[in-house]
Write a protein that binds this ligand. Structure first.
Ligand SMILES: C[S@@+](CC[C@H](N)C(=O)[O-])C[C@H]1O[C@@H](n2cnc3c(N)ncnc32)[C@H](O)[C@@H]1O
Length: 285
């Protein structure tokens, strides 16, 4: 308890890179959950479409289904020299992509030093270090040359960033004809005072910028404006956010409240704020 509180105070007073601190310390080594057998952490809400029974241990199956959906939409080919996963978490999606697609070189980008180290060790232990690497850096200032990336994937990272800055960088580093395949959470505009309260709790605890609160239509308009050609866009809230909320409450209360203090507050925000979830496939012309 004291540890959680002192971390909370540390975050609130921090003038440094708060997003990195949040993802280093709040998710820690567990992520949202940890697979009991493999101890692999999970950090996305999962795609639950074909999962009949929602139970605490099914989050990893749902994560893999999300990786499959987003990676298949990226249309990888064996000629892709450089594939990038933006906000790559613990490199678990990178492993999925390398195991299931003929990718010669995959790079992960992550702002969290802890997850970057964890991801690189994980790739090494899985025998994938010769094909993949996680690089420390920000999606809004990517450490890559112009037109150097063939395919870009991003799962549940863009909502934390100012989307315009991320998309501008995505366009800069993608090669002409390059594809961005993305799954992104949308924190919708609050309709009443209690939704407003929970939206604020997400924004404060996870440092989500205030301009990232919008509805589906606004998000689509922003994607159009940024200059990427949209090949596919759909809302997946029925297959993602609704079942994820059920999964959240199926876990024992000790687990729900077992994260550190701020992450528990953010978790409750996700439960009660109005959310949507988008899948987008876009192309740089
Ligand atoms: C919700 S997690 C999703 C992780 C991963 N894509 C997955 O699905 O397992 C968001 C990730 O974005 C990373 N992140 C947050 N801000 C970032 C930034 N500015 N640049 C790069 N990564 C960032 C976090 O460290 C975290 O790994």
């Amino acid at each position: 308890m004291f540890n959680s509180l002192s971390k909370a105070i540390h975050f609130l007073r921090s003038n440094g890179n708060t997003t990195a601190l949040v993802y280093d310390d709040m998710l820690g080594e567990k992520g949202l959950a940890q697979d009991l057998k493999t101890h692999i952490p999970s950090v996305n809400m999962g795609f639950w479409k074909d999962i009949d029974i929602i139970s605490p241990d099914k989050i990893h199956t749902a994560n893999q289904a999300m990786f499959r959906l987003v990676s298949e939409a990226a249309r990888f080919s064996e000629h892709d020299e450089k594939v990038l996963d933006v906000g790559c978490g613990f490199a678990t999606n990178m492993k999925y992509c390398l195991d299931n697609h003929k990718i010669s070189k995959m790079i992960g980008l992550n702002i969290s030093p802890f997850q970057t180290d964890w991801g690189n060790k994980f790739l090494f232990n899985e025998g994938l270090a010769h094909r993949a690497e996680v690089v420390l850096g920000s999606a809004t200032d990517m450490p890559f040359e112009n037109k150097s990336i063939c395919r870009m994937i991003s799962i549940e990272a863009a909502f934390i960033l100012i989307p315009g800055s991320f998309l501008k960088e995505a366009i800069r580093v993608l090669k002409p004809g390059g594809i961005l395949s993305m799954a992104d959470l949308i924190i919708c505009k609050p309709r009443n005072w209690w939704q407003r309260f929970f939206v604020k709790s997400i924004m404060k605890t996870l440092y989500v910028p205030s301009q990232n609160v919008y509805d589906y239509e606004e998000y689509v308009a922003m994607m159009h404006r940024c200059g990427l050609e949209i090949l596919h866009i759909e809302s997946m809230s029925k297959e993602v956010t609704s079942p994820f909320k059920k999964w959240f409450w199926k876990r024992p209360i000790s687990v729900i409240m077992g994260y550190n203090f701020l992450w528990s507050v953010a978790g409750l925000g996700f439960m009660f704020a109005k959310l949507d979830y988008l899948r987008v496939v876009a192309c740089k012309r």
